[in-house]
Design a protein around this ligand. Sequence first.
Ligand code: DGJ
Length: 588
Amino acid sequence: MAQSEPWIVLHGRGSSLVLEAVPGEAPLWRYWGARLPDGAGPATPLRQERPTPSFSPDFDQPLSLVPGLGQGWFGEPALKAHRGGRDWTFQATDCSVRQDGSSAVITLTDAVTQIAITVRLTLDPCSDVLCVSTELANQGDAPLEVQWLAAAVLPLPDHARLVRSFSGRHNTEFVPVEDRLTRSQWRRENRRGLTSHDCVPGAVVLADGAAYGAQIAWSGNHCQFIDWVDDGRWQWQLGEALMPGEVVLAPGAVLTSPEVLATCAADANGVAQNFHAAIRQRMDWPGGRMRPRPVHLNTWEGFYFDHDEAALKDLADAAAQAGIERFVLDDGWFHRRNDDTTSLGDWWPDAAKYPNGLGPLAEHVTALGMEFGLWVEPEMINPDSDLYRAHPDWALQLAGRPLITARNQLVLDIARPEVSDYLFEKIDALLSAQPIRYIKWDHNRDLTTAGLHDGAAGYRAQVHAAYALFARIRAAHPEVEIESCSGGGGRIDFGVLRHTHRVWTSDCIDAMSRVGIQRGFLQFFPPEIMGAHVGSARAHTTGRTQSMAFRAAVALPGHLGVELDARVLSETDAAELKAWIQMYKDLR
Ligand code: DGJ
């Protein structure tokens, strides 16, 4: 239905938003907060309600859905782009609004710069989560270089006072950081090429009697900032962070932003509940629905690289005894992989450890009634690998710059079709040869020298290529579930969760540390996708010793797993673990 009223109103279960449509301009943000009674809202256009301050432009420019640049809005714009130094002042000259139930699509065109921006807003009445995305079209006849496109511009009330974001590193994910909002800009920007441990792509803003949350569904570089607005409110922008020259739109081309999920509630717990509901609704499960989460055994901390087929079969026997339902063979199974210095890229079973391939172990596991899962790290390559010796040019690199390894590895340029074809063929062969129903998909380093073949920055191309590879593998093997892992929790976001079904929350499975890590995780994501394992009594990461009851109770609210050598548990511990696993099955 085309909009004729000045008000664009969307109602959720507990929240509402109101935009004021103004002919020939971007709609003005009037309200986002607790649900308004039907029919309530502003009565008068904003410019009639307030005078312009003295010595200011005579034409008032309040916060809009797409703040412009250079025409009287002095805050951060939603778009920074230019054509060779020209056409840098986006300001809508025409606006069309279509509203349909809980959604509104607003298209702004600027006849001067020949740029169009379309913002899509949906306020889901069940979860109360507002989903926003933005599309930029170059309607001119010369390329448009884009430096910033806000995926969402959100208003925050004048009583917003504190922003809680989450930082961290390997083994210490989701560390809450609280900053008071001041007139200086609050900003978090991630340039690590993937979601990152230290810059969780979302935050919660606490106001008097209300909390506002937002997160961006994107697994690459991202930026969010909160700016004070002259009228006392705040604007919160989130979007992809672009490297110089990374997006140059050809005439007629379109740039689509990732989605932002945003919600407001009475407090941070309400924000978490709404996010959980929205993500739950939109996860893409094999068969269309989540089945009860199978209890895992993961081999990493019990065996590390020390794979021995007979010992792993004994481990599987002990796991089945304990009630475990999915056996995940972690790192160490492939060609010459005896430590973390070699072999990434050589995705076939090691002939010494698995002389008859993975079939015998996989069949042993499935005969015990468990699913078989396998660890891979597709986007990586070790310089000491057959793949690197054959294709040194396949690693992301920049001419004239040294290659920088991390954990002895480089990153593959998976945007090159021949590279993603190679990875697809290798993974497809593994999944076709064995009854593998689960992939733990790791990514153990940040991106550096992330240059494409032509020298351009390849960060966002890498993310899109990873999403395409996930999708291709899922299309070929629709029954397979995927876990997103990145040195623990370095790739946890709703973008990767559109393709995956679980995340590995942290390599730290010390239960004491996990309490805080999991609390931070749960601010944004639901518990059933939160990988949570019972580790050995003495935690490998911290050296602290903890009782079985404490370790199991902390893991119980997530997707439960066990990560220890179950062959060597005492009788008492084995019985206790079995009882906790049974409790999980009763409750899940
Ligand atoms: C990092 C992961 O977080 C661990 O769980 C494990 O899979 C190792 N990589 C294997 O190299």
